[in-house]
Structure formats: C-alpha cells, structure tokens
Design a binder for this molecule. Structure first.
Ligand code: FUB
Length: 328
C-alpha cells in the first residue's frame, strides 16, 4: 500500500515525478534512475537514464504499480543519452509523453511520444520538437483546451547556454559573459499546436517578479528559477512552481495568465536528502498532493532517488503552506 512520505516503489530508483489524474486514477511519470558508480558533476553526467516506467495508483492508499517499460531510448531515433524528467498530457483521448534528452550533438531537446493508454507503451515521434531545447517539460492543458509547455533548466540542462539566442557551449549563467546584477534566466514557455507535438508560438522566457514588481535577480539563488517547472491552477490563478537548484528549495510564483508575469510567493518544500529536488502538484478527490523525490532510498546517493508524495495545503488566501520533508 502506498504511504505518504515513503518511497512509492523500492524495486527501481525513480525521480522527477509528474502526477496526473486520468480516468479517475493517479498516474505518475517519473525518471528512472540507473545504478552506477560514476562521479557527480555540474553537468549532471551522473543522471544516465535510458527509459521510462510509469507508475499508477487506484487511490492514494492503494498499492503503487509499476506498469513496466513505457519507452526506451533505443526506440527514439534522435536521442543519444540521458532521458530526464518527463511529463504527460491528454488531449482527445490520446496521451502525449514529453521528455528531454540529449540529441546526437549532445544538446538537450524535448521529444514527444504518443499512446492510447496513459500507462503506455508510447511511440516516439521521429524527431524532437522543432525549436525546442533544454530540459524538464511540464504541460498544462487549460480549461479552454489550449495546451502550454513550461520547460528549461540551468547548468546540466543547458538553458543559460542559449542566452545569446543560439547554443553557446561555453555560455554560462554567471561566468563573466553576463553582468552578475542581471535578471535571472526565466523558465521557457510555448503554446502547443492542436497536434500536441509542435510549438504554436515562439518559445519565450517567463518573468518572475519580486514583491516590489522587480525581476528576480540571477544572484538571488533562494528564489531564482533553476529547473523542474510545474504549472497548476488553484481558484483560477496560475501557480508556477520550480526548483531553486543550488539552494534546493521548491518555491512558487503566481499569475492571472498562463504566461505571467509571475510574482514570487514563497517556499513549498524545504531541502530534501540529495542534491536535486523536483515535484508536481495534483488534485485528487478534493485534496491536493505534492509528489516529490529524495535520495533516502540509496542513503543519499544523488542519482539514485525515490519518488514520494504527501498532502499539500493552502491557507485561506491561497498561499501554499511550506512543508519540511522530515519534520511535519
Ligand atoms: O533527473 C535529472 C534531472 O535532475 C532533472 O531533469 C532535473 O529536474 C533534476 O531533478
């Protein structure tokens, strides 16, 4: 039986959970961490994933089922390595698995694979989404049926290497190419076409403002965007949540429209065991849940993580109540 704040599965290492309710059931789309003894580095070379396994639960206290391999790298023609954090969206009865991976030139791109079943198996499109780069896609199908993808990650996710408009292998967030007192690199945003496999709009950076209406600065590591975006709606507002990377928080910002500008609101989750923190938020049977990961199952190995979940609460003003992973 699944238990809150415990690993959802222990027979494989899992991370980066994107949770959705499809046909009344909970589906979790995680990364599948592999065991190896390679060293960690700032490019994330230790995250060597090759395939996806989709998890599902009939209810929050039902057993968590591993539905087996849903997509493997060998079946995606454009991928060379590192299938990182995925997401899934449903449109007109079809399920679209979005995933980042390195192309044959070592550049992270976003791919899509399609299935009639939310648990897969999925069949990949022959090429990545034209115009896509970086990692961590999260897709919102809005109430009016328009679909938006949020994505991007610094460092290993290469987002800052596109600051000049094209890929600069030595480009960096704060490496001297750029003024240190500059606005943080925001996550990417694009609307998807009705076909769900191509961009309808030119991708753009989202802006996250502080309490004074000023863009969050690149040096503000407690609040600036790093990776792992998620979008959900609560009482008609758009909640953009993400990881701050180097400071290991899950934080959020809100807006009245899907592309902002967003205003920073606060922390959702304090740091977990392990370097990365990555999450999703989903409503199920009238309650809200945070899906997240830590490295507790491996005793703290950064690239051997496990997916967990717990209830998330809002206060009467719509603020998310901050959670401490091991104390409350
Ligand atoms: O799992 C590989 C990468 O680590 C993800 O893409 C990031 O969000 C971080 O969790």
């Amino acid at each position: 039986m699944a238990k809150q704040k415990e690993p959802l599965v222990t027979h494989i290492f899992t991370a980066d959970p994107s949770a959705h309710v499809f046909n009344g059931k909970l589906y979790i789309y995680p990364s599948h961490d592999l065991e190896h003894d390679g060293a960690d580095n700032d490019d994330g070379d230790e995250y060597q994933m090759e395939d996806y396994h989709i998890l599902s639960m009939d209810d929050v206290d039902a057993p968590c089922v591993d539905n087996g391999e849903a997509l493997h790298m060998k079946d995606v023609p454009w991928v060379s390595k590192q299938m990182w954090a995925p997401d899934c969206a449903e449109k007109n009865g079809k399920y679209y698995l979005y995933f980042p991976a390195r192309d044959k030139d070592g550049i992270f791109r976003l791919g899509v694979a399609i299935s009639d079943d939310p648990a897969g198996p999925f069949k990949a499109e022959p090429n990545y989404i034209e115009g896509s780069y970086s990692i961590d896609p999260a897709v919102l199908v809005d109430d009016d049926d328009r679909a938006y993808v949020y994505y991007g990650g610094l460092w290993g996710g290469q987002l800052e290497k596109w600051n000049s408009g094209s890929f600069d292998p030595v480009g960096g967030e704060l490496d001297g190419h750029y003024d240190k007192n500059r606005d943080a690199v925001g996550p990417m945003f694009a609307e998807l076409n009705e076909d769900m496999v191509s961009f309808k709009t030119e991708p753009k950076h989202l802006v996250i403002l502080d309490e004074n209406g000023k863009p969050i600065q690149a040096t503000d590591e407690d609040r600036r965007y790093f990776e792992g975006p998620w979008m959900h709606k609560y009482n008609g507002k758009y909640y953009l949540s993400y990881s701050t990377g180097t400071t290991h928080y899950i934080v959020y910002a809100t807006a009245d429209t899907p592309d902002g500008p967003f205003t920073y609101q606060g922390r959702i989750l304090e740091p977990v065991i392990g370097w990365t923190t990555h999450h999703s938020i989903v409503e199920y049977k009238g309650k809200w849940y945070l899906f997240y990961h830590d490295s507790s199952l491996s005793g703290g190995v950064n690239h051997r993580r496990c997916v967990k979940f717990r209830e998330l609460k809002y206060d009467e003003n719509g603020k998310i109540i901050t959670m401490k992973p091991y104390e409350d």
